[in-house]
Design a protein around this ligand. Sequence first.
Ligand code: MN
Length: 267
Amino acid sequence: MSGAATSLGPLDLRRARILVTNDDGIGAQGIRLLAKIARSLCKDVWVVAPENEQSAASHSLTVRAPLRVARHGPRRFAVNGTPTDCVMLAVGQLLGDRMPDLVLSGINHGGNLAEDISYSGTVAAASQATFMGIRGVALSQISRPQHPVKWSTAEHYAPDLLRRLARQDWKRDVMINVNFPDRIASAISGIEITNQGRRRQIERVTESFDPFGEPYYWIGSPRAEGSTRRASVSDIDATARGAVSVTPLNLNLTDRATAAKLRWSFR
Ligand code: MN
């Protein structure tokens, strides 16, 4: 890794090495599909993913327990850890001397929009790649509870989208967050470059009582997405109107405007 360069040049996908991971676990339908998509782009595809579901694991890292790797096949490994662990192990051990050129995470069962980005294990794997100087893309298929997931929408749009992203010059601190709307492919309005949205309210906590009268709490409940403005360019709004949302995320969280203001007032 040359730390000095501020961007990663365009990638020749046919000669690339791709690492595929996720947070839903190595057996999930979404990662099988993503590996298939990756193999349609290049020959050198590796899958290193959590043994079990790690959704909402965010960027957690296992540092107080041993990690074990199970080989599931050629270039295919399961790890008893988080998505971040998987990227670290893949790059540090399993892939040998050659780094991946691109890390694809997903395809998540469910969207990763707005505040979800902070909790998402899917996004964390792609951001871990970015921290290591590798291009990272998180992909999520939005779905509704008790409805079949429209995987064919992601399958239809992802290959060309990834080819187009690979041709770009990538800023080093930036990863790409992709969300496919809950619509069939023929009903998709297009691809929109969006901003991270913000929901009107954060997750609700529900209180209930167990058979012994003790309270218990459940985080998360079905919620209305609540768009802010019409024609807004947020990930929430774009997917609500049927577009594939592509959001570049800067992983340097400094707010430059506030820093400048504080420097002024702390003089
Ligand atoms: Mn998940």
